[in-house]
Design a protein around this ligand. Structure first.
Ligand SMILES: C[S@@+](CC[C@H](N)C(=O)[O-])C[C@H]1O[C@@H](n2cnc3c(N)ncnc32)[C@H](O)[C@@H]1O
Length: 347
């Protein structure tokens, strides 16, 4: 799985007495931890559209990514007229093997998938204006349902979407016929109206927002460390209907702190945990929270997405087993080279 990333966000250059405008950006295509660059050929389409109702195409480009590249500069030039909207959005996507449709993520280890990137709207007429340090992903869940998730462009663990969240998204969006096989104990839960769902370590809120989009009658509480408050709030706003939605909310929740009162006084049917088992230092705290939640909500199902990164992560499964929380069902999700194991767990 590869992500198109803005290494330099789109920036406007214009000269005072000229209506010729240049927009420049520098992008890369890399893996979740940006430790490897895309090592194949990819044709990328870059567009600059007006951020207005017309979405007028102001400029477009095709660029070729080839093996060995680490980044690629992209520059658009267009002639502004008095009718040109002041704000624009840059989109970069691969013409083939796009990862944006969550129903097609399941791929053989050698097949690549590339997630497209949209910039924030920015002033395309004013010299020196630039997009914010954010990138938007538009993830198609079904013919009529899409989620829009903002991530930071800077390297940061919490304010990104990760293969675990994407595999969970993909599994949920392919129900009732996931290509990976079934986690049977989820089926009755997902057919029940008004299930109460808690997401731990949600990052940008991807899995919780997806679950609520697919199952609008569910009540979903998204949690993570307070550093995610701003990005998750933005994502909740991006994905809520015009009248807002009281059934999905965000609260900070630190696994290392005692359970907050709002959480300890609720019972949950489903707990989502995506890509949170990579850090052995925080595993004891995560295990502690899950132990407490299973005590407060007997019968709760944990849906866990675990990207297999290193053997030491097995410690998580050993520690939860000591608390009586065990794997019930599993499916292996191959996402173009990323192996993510999905488990249902519980007492
Ligand atoms: C790799 S990210 C996964 C994010 C998201 N679930 C996804 O799959 O896109 C791991 C998340 O665990 C969160 N996390 C780490 N330690 C935590 C703690 N002590 N309390 C709460 N969340 C924590 C991080 O802030 C981060 O957002």
């Amino acid at each position: 799985m590869h992500f198109i990333r803005f290494l330099k966000v789109p920036t406007t250059t214009s000269k005072p007495s000229s209506n010729i405008i240049t927009i420049s950006t520098l992008i890369t295509i890399s893996t979740d931890l940006s430790e490897a660059f895309y090592n194949g050929n990819a044709t990328l389409r870059a567009t600059l559209r007006a951020d207005s109702q017309s979405r007028q195409l102001l400029a477009s480009k095709t660029v070729n990514w080839t093996p060995g590249l680490r980044n690629i500069p992209i520059q658009f030039t267009f002639t502004a007229s008095k009718d040109t909207a002041s704000d624009g959005i840059v989109c970069i996507s691969a013409t083939e093997n796009r990862a944006d449709d969550m129903r097609t993520l399941f791929a053989g280890p050698s097949e690549s998938r590339i997630l497209s990137a949209w910039s924030t709207p920015f002033n395309i007429l004013q010299n020196g204006s630039k997009a914010e340090a954010l990138v938007e992903r538009k993830l198609q869940l079904s013919a009529g349902k899409m989620v829009r998730i903002w991530e930071e462009t800077r390297e940061d663990i919490a304010r990104h979407i990760w293969p675990g969240g994407l595999a969970m998204t993909s599994y949920l969006s392919t129900l009732p016929t996931p290509p990976t096989g079934h986690l049977q104990s989820l089926t009755p839960l997902l057919q029940t109206r008004s299930i109460n769902v808690l997401e731990l370590g949600a990052g940008c809120g991807l899995a919780g927002i997806v679950l609520h989009t697919l199952l609008p009658s569910s009540k979903v509480t998204i949690t993570d460390l307070p550093i995610t408050t701003e990005i998750t709030s933005k994502n909740l706003t991006s994905n809520s209907s015009e009248n807002g939605d009281n059934n999905i909310s965000y609260h900070p929740l630190d696994w290392a702190a005692p359970l907050p009162e709002w959480c300890a006084s609720s019972t949950y049917d489903l707990i989502l945990v995506a890509d949170c088992t990579y850090n052995t230092a925080s595993i004891p705290y995560l295990v502690g929270v899950l132990d407490e939640l299973c005590r407060l909500s007997p019968g709760v199902v944990i849906l866990l997405a675990h990207k297999v990164r290193h053997d030491s992560e097995e410690m998580f499964f050993e520690m939860v087993a000591e608390k009586g929380i065990v794997k019930k069902e599993s499916v292996v999700f191959e996402m173009a080279g990323d192996r993510v194991d999905l488990y249902t767990m519980g007492r």
